[in-house]
Design a protein around this ligand. Structure first.
Ligand code: GDP
Ligand code: GDP
Length: 454
């Protein structure tokens, strides 16, 4: 069964139930020298060049992003392996098992000039057990003369053999059409292409300076355009210009009316905060820098992370911060940010207008990282380096193997690790740290899901 393991604690790892759809995976299987790499390069159009081996690491699986007829999929090249001590038979059945465990469609490649060997037959036998579609390709059929020979491949019991020349491309389009027909639909790309202003929530405890900041921003530009009107006098959202870019601040009606305080119910204010966070793409959480950081502030930061939105921490009232307070705050921040070491941070003063223009670059960075897509090739290059440097700890006498990774979604970046065993929470946090060291991901939560195949 394909399982996913949740994680108690960090909130970065989701439970299996609602893991987002992963783009479909095509695994390419076959003996060495039958022409797999050539075919893979043909399919990729060599856009993502074959990743060179990292010294000391045997690269036995490499995943790439592929695109055909507008459909995205992950191409898993099981190519570069070498038969180990147990021999080719064992190596290739392991390869087939991996493919069956993790792919949506399997492409078995045989050498059309050689025909089916005993090893090909053994793999075909294994693959016939698969509940995934298996497509048979006969490579090195560079012209029509070769085609007659491949009829014999029907006896592999995998249906029609499809002639193809990886070298010249002959038949590769037809082959891809067949492969894609067999695939489940890829998840919709959720990058909405409307170039409207990015949505910002301005949240924080009463009196931290939210309305002052809003006034500062709108006053500065003198060009508040009130967007979606709640009532004629009371706009729900406001468009403001910061640093040459227009942003939509959501729920400014709530800020202007000071709903939380007026109604006197904290519950209502927190609902409003939650709604604003969810309506926005990036949240600017305002803290009063002159006061100790509170639990309530951290709860809101958690809410943003859980909602999967980008986060900028703005330390307001910076004009009130003296030397002593600065030292105390550094220590408080260190402690507070253990859970959110990735936030974007700015020090501002809404009253004086100091550094308010720094908000825009911080929001931009956070959103850029929130939108980030790490190419599958780079992701797996990274994964193999990290795992080589520090393999997952043995659990229950077994060393879990991480087979490969893909990014299932962005906004926020969501990764899926395909593994042969459970990964300890500590190790997954280590992976997240390493991921953040390699790819620019400040200002955004990331999610790492683990799919275990036992
Ligand atoms: P892999 O080990 O299965 O990845 O095989 P390669 O892609 O490295 O190919 C092995 C050899 O077969 C290389 O010398 C390729 O040039 C050759 N080859 C691969 N595809 C074709 C093809 O379509 N036609 C011909 N004539 N040779 C091919
Ligand atoms: P809100 O409840 O979060 O909207 O906070 P307000 O904007 O109403 O600000 C609460 C109080 O803090 C007001 O008296 C503001 O003048 C003051 N205030 C806001 N920003 C600053 C700042 O940067 N520095 C100082 N010294 N006071 C500020």
């Amino acid at each position: 069964a394909v399982l996913a393991e949740g994680d108690a604690g960090t909130g970065s790892f989701s439970e299996g139930v609602d893991t987002p759809p992963v783009q479909p995976v095509l695994a390419v299987v076959g003996r060495p020298n039958v022409g797999k790499s050539t075919l893979v390069n043909r399919i990729l159009g060599r856009r993502e060049a074959v990743v060179q081996d990292v010294s000391g690491v045997t690269r036995d699986r490499v995943a790439y992003d592929a695109l055909w007829n507008g459909k995205r999929f992950t191409l898993l090249d099981t190519g570069g392996w070498e038969p180990d001590a147990k021999g080719m038979q064992a190596a290739i059945s392991a390869q087939a098992e991996t493919a069956m465990a993790t792919a949506d469609v399997i492409l078995l490649v045989v050498d059309g000039q050689v025909g089916a060997t005993a090893v090909d037959q053994a793999v075909a036998r294994t693959l016939r057990r698969s509940d995934r579609p298996v497509i048979l390709a006969a490579t090195k059929i560079d012209d029509s003369r070769g085609e007659g020979e491949i009829a014999a491949l029907w006896r592999l019991g995998l249906g029609e053999p499809h002639p193809v020349s990886g070298l010249h491309g002959r038949g590769s389009g037809d082959l891809l059409d067949i492969v894609l027909d067999a695939m489940p639909d890829s998840p919709r790309d959720d990058v909405d292409l409307d170039a409207g202003p990015r949505r910002v929530a301005l949240v924080g405890k009463p009196n931290v300076g939210k309305s002052s900041l809003l006034n500062q921003l709108t006053g500065e530009t003198r060009s508040v355009v009130d967007a979606v009107a709640g009532t004629t006098t009371d706009p729900v959202d406001s468009l403001v210009e910061i640093d040459g870019e227009t942003w939509k601040i959501v729920d400014t009606a709530g800020l202007r009316r000071k709903v939380g305080q007026a109604s006197g119910t904290e519950y209502y204010a927190s609902l409003r905060t939650k709604a604003a966070i969810e309506a926005a793409e990036v949240t600017v959480l305002l803290l009063d820098a002159s006061e100790p950081i509170s639990e309530q502030d951290l709860r809101v930061a958690s809410q943003v992370a859980e909602a999967g939105r980008a986060l900028v921490l703005a330390m307001n009232k910076w004009d009130l911060v003296d030397e002593d307070r600065r030292h105390a705050m550094t220590r408080e921040l260190e402690r507070a940010l253990v859970r959110f070491p990735w936030v974007e941070r700015v020090n501002i003063s809404a009253r004086t207008g100091r550094a308010v223009q720094k908000l825009a670059p911080a929001m931009r960075t956070a959103l850029e990282n929130w939108d980030r897509r790490v190419p599958t090739g780079q992701l797996n290059q990274w994964l193999s380096d990290v795992v080589a440097a520090k393999p997952p700890p043995v659990r229950g006498g077994k060393q879990p193997k991480i087979l490969y990774a893909t990014q299932a979604q962005n906004r926020p970046p969501t990764f899926v690790l395909f593994t042969s065993g459970f990964l300890e929470a500590g190790y997954r946090r280590f992976l997240e740290r390493m991921l953040r060291e390699t790819f620019p991901l400040t200002g955004t939560p990331v999610q790492i899901n683990v799919r275990v195949r036992e």
